[in-house]
Design a protein around this ligand. Structure first.
Ligand SMILES: CC(C)(COP(=O)(O)OP(=O)(O)OC[C@H]1O[C@@H](n2cnc3c(N)ncnc32)[C@H](O)[C@@H]1OP(=O)(O)O)[C@@H](O)C(=O)NCCC(=O)NCCS
Length: 176
């Protein structure tokens, strides 16, 4: 488990499949800017089992263990990409920003990488605010890059470089 100040990140396990399925099948969880999908328990169990070793999916948990969201990272070429979603009732409490900071700390502390990136809908102001608060910079917009709810939408690209990160912000324990 990765411990922050207000949230912890816990790796998803097979025993979590029912909750992952419940969240994945709820269009409100992804919100208006994320693709809608419907998945079965069997599909998610197989997907979780088949994840490559360097792609990780975590629950974002409050300190009392309540699961309030999810965050992931995966390699893209020599870099890493991150993604995240929060339960509607737990948004705007700073949880996702800290989760992103934890992942950024973790990736720069454990991998010899120079860049972490994220892509979001240019109208997704909450997601862009999270990235800015966590030290990411907007790089540009990929036009009509993702198909969401019947429309081809633009994607705003953000990144943080190792020299901009400089040192761990949240993970101050044994890892750092
Ligand atoms: C994007 C998301 C993960 C943010 O999670 P969160 O835990 O609410 O994020 P935080 O509380 O750390 O920060 C949210 C920030 O966005 C701001 N914000 C929220 N809605 C906003 C809006 N409509 N316009 C402008 N700013 C907004 C909040 O005020 C806060 O900024 P502040 O601390 O300066 O006040 C959450 O909104 C979500 O799950 N959305 C649906 C899924 C999604 O879009 N995922 C990202 C795909 S790229």
């Amino acid at each position: 488990m990765l411990e922050g100040r207000v949230v912890n990140l816990r790796l998803m396990e097979q025993m979590d499949v029912p909750l992952i399925v419940e969240w994945a099948n709820n269009p409100d969880f992804g919100g208006e800017f994320e693709p809608i999908e419907q998945v079965t328990h069997a599909e998610i169990a197989k997907w979780l089992d088949g994840l490559p070793a360097n792609e990780k999916w975590f629950f974002i948990e409050k300190k009392d263990g309540t699961k309030v969201g999810q965050i992931m990272f995966a390699p893209v070429g020599p870099h890493y990409v991150i993604g995240y979603r929060m339960l509607q009732s737990e948004r705007n409490k700073g949880y996702c920003t800290e989760a992103v900071q934890i992942i950024v700390d973790f990736l720069f502390l454990t991998r010899d990488i120079v860049r972490i990136q994220a892509e979001t809908n240019p109208q997704n102001l909450a997601s862009q605010r999270v990235l800015e608060k966590a030290g990411f910079t907007k790089e540009g917009v990929r036009r009509k890059a993702v198909f969401i709810r019947g429309k081809w939408c633009d994607g705003a690209f953000y990144s943080i470089l190792r020299e901009e990160w400089r040192e761990p912000k949240i993970l101050l324990g044994p890892l750092a």
